[in-house]
Design a protein around this ligand. Structure first.
Ligand SMILES: O=C(O)CCC(=O)C(=O)O
Length: 302
Protein backbone atom coordinates (compact mmCIF):
# COMPACT_ATOMS: atom_id res chain seq x y z
CA UNK A 1 0.00 0.00 0.00
CA UNK A 2 1.45 3.41 -0.87
CA UNK A 3 1.19 6.36 1.49
CA UNK A 4 -1.72 7.91 -0.41
CA UNK A 5 -3.77 4.73 -0.07
CA UNK A 6 -2.73 4.44 3.58
CA UNK A 7 -4.00 7.98 4.22
CA UNK A 8 -7.27 7.18 2.47
CA UNK A 9 -7.77 4.00 4.55
CA UNK A 10 -6.88 5.87 7.74
CA UNK A 11 -9.44 8.58 6.97
CA UNK A 12 -12.17 6.04 6.13
CA UNK A 13 -11.63 3.50 8.94
CA UNK A 14 -9.80 5.55 11.57
CA UNK A 15 -6.85 3.16 11.27
CA UNK A 16 -4.59 1.48 8.75
CA UNK A 17 -2.50 -1.68 9.22
CA UNK A 18 0.78 -1.75 7.28
CA UNK A 19 2.33 -5.25 7.56
CA UNK A 20 6.15 -5.19 7.58
CA UNK A 21 6.22 -1.44 6.91
CA UNK A 22 9.72 -1.15 8.41
CA UNK A 23 12.04 -3.53 6.55
CA UNK A 24 14.10 -6.00 8.57
CA UNK A 25 17.41 -4.27 7.77
CA UNK A 26 16.12 -0.97 9.23
CA UNK A 27 14.92 -2.72 12.38
CA UNK A 28 17.88 -5.04 12.99
CA UNK A 29 20.09 -2.72 15.06
CA UNK A 30 17.15 -1.77 17.30
CA UNK A 31 16.15 -5.41 17.81
CA UNK A 32 19.71 -6.20 18.86
CA UNK A 33 19.40 -3.58 21.61
CA UNK A 34 16.15 -4.92 23.10
CA UNK A 35 18.03 -6.59 25.95
CA UNK A 36 19.13 -3.12 27.13
CA UNK A 37 15.46 -2.46 27.93
CA UNK A 38 13.76 -5.79 28.52
CA UNK A 39 14.31 -9.48 29.37
CA UNK A 40 14.32 -11.96 26.49
CA UNK A 41 11.43 -14.46 26.37
CA UNK A 42 13.67 -17.10 27.97
CA UNK A 43 15.05 -14.65 30.54
CA UNK A 44 11.50 -13.80 31.60
CA UNK A 45 9.96 -17.27 31.53
CA UNK A 46 12.91 -19.03 33.18
CA UNK A 47 13.18 -16.24 35.76
CA UNK A 48 16.89 -15.96 35.01
CA UNK A 49 16.71 -12.24 34.16
CA UNK A 50 16.63 -10.27 37.43
CA UNK A 51 14.30 -7.72 35.78
CA UNK A 52 11.50 -10.28 35.21
CA UNK A 53 9.42 -9.41 38.29
CA UNK A 54 8.68 -5.91 37.04
CA UNK A 55 6.26 -7.28 34.43
CA UNK A 56 4.12 -9.43 36.70
CA UNK A 57 0.57 -8.37 37.55
CA UNK A 58 0.38 -5.03 35.69
CA UNK A 59 -0.12 -4.84 31.94
CA UNK A 60 1.39 -1.34 31.79
CA UNK A 61 4.49 -2.18 33.87
CA UNK A 62 6.34 -3.20 30.70
CA UNK A 63 6.42 0.36 29.32
CA UNK A 64 9.69 2.35 28.99
CA UNK A 65 9.43 5.96 27.87
CA UNK A 66 11.58 7.86 25.34
CA UNK A 67 14.55 8.40 25.26
CA UNK A 68 15.31 4.68 25.57
CA UNK A 69 18.34 2.88 27.02
CA UNK A 70 19.12 1.80 23.42
CA UNK A 71 19.77 4.70 21.02
CA UNK A 72 18.86 2.54 18.02
CA UNK A 73 15.43 1.95 19.55
CA UNK A 74 15.01 5.70 20.11
CA UNK A 75 15.85 6.26 16.44
CA UNK A 76 13.06 3.89 15.34
CA UNK A 77 10.56 6.39 16.79
CA UNK A 78 11.67 8.85 14.10
CA UNK A 79 12.63 6.37 11.35
CA UNK A 80 12.31 8.14 8.00
CA UNK A 81 9.45 5.84 6.91
CA UNK A 82 7.57 6.52 10.15
CA UNK A 83 7.96 10.29 9.67
CA UNK A 84 6.84 10.06 6.03
CA UNK A 85 3.79 8.07 7.09
CA UNK A 86 2.90 10.54 9.87
CA UNK A 87 3.32 13.45 7.44
CA UNK A 88 1.17 11.74 4.81
CA UNK A 89 -1.61 10.99 7.30
CA UNK A 90 -1.60 14.44 8.91
CA UNK A 91 -0.78 16.27 5.67
CA UNK A 92 1.61 18.53 7.58
CA UNK A 93 4.96 18.64 9.35
CA UNK A 94 4.83 16.43 12.42
CA UNK A 95 5.77 16.61 16.09
CA UNK A 96 6.37 13.42 18.09
CA UNK A 97 4.36 14.04 21.27
CA UNK A 98 4.84 10.62 22.89
CA UNK A 99 6.99 7.51 22.43
CA UNK A 100 7.00 4.32 24.48
CA UNK A 101 8.56 0.89 24.12
CA UNK A 102 6.50 -1.95 25.58
CA UNK A 103 7.31 -5.55 26.47
CA UNK A 104 4.58 -8.10 27.21
CA UNK A 105 5.09 -11.74 28.24
CA UNK A 106 2.61 -14.64 28.15
CA UNK A 107 1.20 -15.21 31.62
CA UNK A 108 2.74 -12.10 33.19
CA UNK A 109 -0.71 -10.52 33.61
CA UNK A 110 -4.06 -10.02 31.92
CA UNK A 111 -3.47 -8.10 28.66
CA UNK A 112 -7.05 -8.56 27.37
CA UNK A 113 -8.62 -5.10 27.35
CA UNK A 114 -12.11 -3.76 26.68
CA UNK A 115 -12.50 -1.68 23.52
CA UNK A 116 -11.52 1.90 24.20
CA UNK A 117 -10.44 5.21 22.80
CA UNK A 118 -7.11 6.66 23.94
CA UNK A 119 -7.86 10.30 24.07
CA UNK A 120 -8.00 10.80 27.85
CA UNK A 121 -4.19 10.92 27.90
CA UNK A 122 -3.41 12.16 24.37
CA UNK A 123 -5.23 15.50 24.32
CA UNK A 124 -6.72 17.97 26.77
CA UNK A 125 -9.67 18.34 24.35
CA UNK A 126 -11.39 15.66 22.26
CA UNK A 127 -10.37 14.15 18.90
CA UNK A 128 -11.33 16.03 15.74
CA UNK A 129 -11.61 14.79 12.16
CA UNK A 130 -11.07 18.30 10.77
CA UNK A 131 -7.98 18.38 8.50
CA UNK A 132 -5.17 20.06 10.44
CA UNK A 133 -6.71 19.11 13.82
CA UNK A 134 -5.98 15.37 13.77
CA UNK A 135 -3.44 13.35 15.74
CA UNK A 136 -2.12 9.91 14.85
CA UNK A 137 -0.96 7.11 17.13
CA UNK A 138 1.13 4.19 15.89
CA UNK A 139 1.92 0.72 17.19
CA UNK A 140 5.22 -0.55 15.74
CA UNK A 141 6.07 -4.25 16.13
CA UNK A 142 9.69 -5.03 16.96
CA UNK A 143 9.09 -8.78 16.65
CA UNK A 144 6.59 -10.94 14.77
CA UNK A 145 3.16 -10.57 16.42
CA UNK A 146 0.79 -13.36 15.34
CA UNK A 147 -2.63 -13.67 16.99
CA UNK A 148 -1.09 -15.75 19.80
CA UNK A 149 1.17 -12.84 20.83
CA UNK A 150 -1.56 -10.31 21.60
CA UNK A 151 -1.85 -7.96 18.61
CA UNK A 152 -4.13 -4.97 19.11
CA UNK A 153 -7.64 -5.27 17.67
CA UNK A 154 -9.32 -2.24 16.06
CA UNK A 155 -12.84 -1.33 14.96
CA UNK A 156 -13.51 0.68 11.83
CA UNK A 157 -15.10 4.08 12.19
CA UNK A 158 -17.86 2.71 9.92
CA UNK A 159 -19.14 0.74 12.94
CA UNK A 160 -18.59 3.42 15.58
CA UNK A 161 -19.36 6.76 13.94
CA UNK A 162 -22.83 6.94 15.52
CA UNK A 163 -21.69 6.06 19.06
CA UNK A 164 -21.62 8.67 21.82
CA UNK A 165 -18.12 10.06 22.30
CA UNK A 166 -17.41 8.18 25.54
CA UNK A 167 -13.72 8.84 26.02
CA UNK A 168 -12.51 5.52 27.37
CA UNK A 169 -13.68 1.93 27.79
CA UNK A 170 -16.65 0.33 26.03
CA UNK A 171 -17.40 -2.70 28.15
CA UNK A 172 -18.48 -6.08 26.85
CA UNK A 173 -22.15 -6.97 27.41
CA UNK A 174 -22.60 -7.92 31.08
CA UNK A 175 -19.63 -5.94 32.40
CA UNK A 176 -20.45 -3.01 34.68
CA UNK A 177 -18.78 0.13 36.03
CA UNK A 178 -19.72 3.47 37.55
CA UNK A 179 -16.81 5.23 35.77
CA UNK A 180 -18.26 8.21 33.88
CA UNK A 181 -15.73 7.71 31.08
CA UNK A 182 -16.99 4.20 30.39
CA UNK A 183 -19.90 2.98 28.27
CA UNK A 184 -21.44 -0.29 27.08
CA UNK A 185 -20.91 -2.02 23.76
CA UNK A 186 -23.15 -4.50 22.02
CA UNK A 187 -21.55 -7.80 20.93
CA UNK A 188 -21.51 -6.51 17.34
CA UNK A 189 -18.61 -4.12 18.06
CA UNK A 190 -16.44 -6.93 19.36
CA UNK A 191 -17.46 -9.01 16.31
CA UNK A 192 -16.39 -6.16 14.00
CA UNK A 193 -12.82 -6.08 15.33
CA UNK A 194 -9.90 -6.41 12.93
CA UNK A 195 -6.71 -8.06 14.20
CA UNK A 196 -3.49 -6.12 13.76
CA UNK A 197 -1.39 -9.32 13.68
CA UNK A 198 1.67 -8.96 11.47
CA UNK A 199 5.39 -9.54 11.10
CA UNK A 200 8.13 -7.49 12.73
CA UNK A 201 8.13 -3.97 11.30
CA UNK A 202 4.33 -3.83 11.05
CA UNK A 203 2.93 -0.37 11.75
CA UNK A 204 -0.67 0.20 12.84
CA UNK A 205 -1.63 3.86 12.55
CA UNK A 206 -4.85 4.99 14.22
CA UNK A 207 -6.57 8.06 15.57
CA UNK A 208 -6.93 8.60 19.34
CA UNK A 209 -10.70 8.44 18.71
CA UNK A 210 -10.56 4.97 17.10
CA UNK A 211 -11.86 2.09 19.22
CA UNK A 212 -9.18 -0.57 19.75
CA UNK A 213 -7.89 -2.83 22.50
CA UNK A 214 -4.99 -4.94 23.67
CA UNK A 215 -5.45 -8.73 23.53
CA UNK A 216 -4.12 -11.68 25.50
CA UNK A 217 -0.77 -13.35 24.81
CA UNK A 218 -1.44 -17.09 24.61
CA UNK A 219 1.68 -18.51 22.91
CA UNK A 220 3.63 -20.64 25.41
CA UNK A 221 6.73 -18.75 26.64
CA UNK A 222 5.76 -15.83 24.38
CA UNK A 223 7.10 -12.27 24.33
CA UNK A 224 5.88 -9.24 22.39
CA UNK A 225 8.03 -6.13 21.89
CA UNK A 226 6.43 -3.03 20.39
CA UNK A 227 6.52 0.73 20.35
CA UNK A 228 3.66 3.17 20.79
CA UNK A 229 4.14 6.57 19.13
CA UNK A 230 2.00 9.72 18.93
CA UNK A 231 2.31 12.45 16.29
CA UNK A 232 0.53 15.77 15.82
CA UNK A 233 0.97 18.83 13.63
CA UNK A 234 3.45 21.18 15.40
CA UNK A 235 0.81 23.87 16.00
CA UNK A 236 -1.69 21.49 17.62
CA UNK A 237 -0.87 22.48 21.19
CA UNK A 238 -3.69 20.54 22.84
CA UNK A 239 -2.33 17.14 21.79
CA UNK A 240 0.11 16.15 24.54
CA UNK A 241 1.54 13.24 26.50
CA UNK A 242 5.02 14.23 27.73
CA UNK A 243 7.47 17.14 27.48
CA UNK A 244 10.86 16.13 26.06
CA UNK A 245 12.78 18.73 28.08
CA UNK A 246 11.92 16.81 31.26
CA UNK A 247 14.43 14.13 30.26
CA UNK A 248 16.77 16.21 28.11
CA UNK A 249 19.56 16.11 30.73
CA UNK A 250 19.89 12.32 30.41
CA UNK A 251 22.68 10.46 28.65
CA UNK A 252 20.02 8.64 26.60
CA UNK A 253 18.68 11.96 25.27
CA UNK A 254 22.13 13.32 24.43
CA UNK A 255 23.09 10.08 22.66
CA UNK A 256 19.88 10.27 20.64
CA UNK A 257 20.49 13.92 19.71
CA UNK A 258 24.06 13.13 18.62
CA UNK A 259 22.81 10.40 16.26
CA UNK A 260 19.64 11.99 14.87
CA UNK A 261 19.32 14.04 11.68
CA UNK A 262 18.00 17.63 11.68
CA UNK A 263 14.71 16.30 10.30
CA UNK A 264 14.43 13.75 13.11
CA UNK A 265 15.28 16.39 15.71
CA UNK A 266 12.70 18.71 14.19
CA UNK A 267 10.08 16.07 15.00
CA UNK A 268 11.04 16.51 18.68
CA UNK A 269 10.91 20.29 18.61
CA UNK A 270 14.28 21.50 17.27
CA UNK A 271 13.65 24.49 14.95
CA UNK A 272 14.54 23.65 11.31
CA UNK A 273 17.71 25.00 9.67
CA UNK A 274 17.10 28.61 8.58
CA UNK A 275 14.78 29.34 11.54
CA UNK A 276 15.34 32.67 13.32
CA UNK A 277 16.24 30.75 16.49
CA UNK A 278 19.62 29.78 14.99
CA UNK A 279 22.00 32.66 15.73
CA UNK A 280 25.68 32.83 16.81
CA UNK A 281 24.39 33.08 20.39
CA UNK A 282 22.25 29.92 20.31
CA UNK A 283 24.78 27.94 18.26
CA UNK A 284 27.51 28.75 20.80
CA UNK A 285 25.22 27.56 23.58
CA UNK A 286 24.34 24.40 21.68
CA UNK A 287 28.03 23.64 21.19
CA UNK A 288 28.44 23.68 24.98
CA UNK A 289 25.31 21.68 25.67
CA UNK A 290 25.87 19.08 22.90
CA UNK A 291 29.65 19.03 22.27
CA UNK A 292 29.46 16.03 19.91
CA UNK A 293 26.56 17.34 17.78
CA UNK A 294 27.53 18.54 14.31
CA UNK A 295 25.88 21.99 14.22
CA UNK A 296 26.75 22.73 10.60
CA UNK A 297 23.18 22.09 9.30
CA UNK A 298 21.86 24.90 11.53
CA UNK A 299 24.55 27.49 10.73
CA UNK A 300 23.00 30.61 9.12
CA UNK A 301 24.01 30.69 5.45
CA UNK A 302 24.26 34.50 5.03
O1 LIG B 1 -0.55 -2.81 23.16
C1 LIG B 1 -1.58 -3.02 22.56
O2 LIG B 1 -1.69 -3.94 21.74
C2 LIG B 1 -2.79 -2.16 22.78
C3 LIG B 1 -2.79 -1.48 24.10
C4 LIG B 1 -3.80 -0.41 24.21
O3 LIG B 1 -4.61 -0.22 23.36
C5 LIG B 1 -3.81 0.45 25.39
O4 LIG B 1 -3.18 0.13 26.41
O5 LIG B 1 -4.48 1.51 25.33
Amino acid sequence: MDLKDAAQAWRTDGFVILPGFLPADELASAVQELDLLFPSADGFHDGTDPRHERFIGDEFAGIDTFPFAGTEISLVAVNHRILELAEALLDDDVHLYGAEAWAKYTGACDYDQALHRDYLNHTVLVPSTTPGCRQVEMFVFLNDVPDELGPPHLVSRKHTAGLPAVPNWLLRPGQETADRFTGDAGPELYEAEVSGAGPAGTVIAFEPGTFHRGTQLTAPRGARYSMHLGFRPPALQWGQRVAWAAKSFTTEWVEFVNRATPRQLQALGFPPPGHQYWTPETLAGMALRYPRLDLLPWQPTN
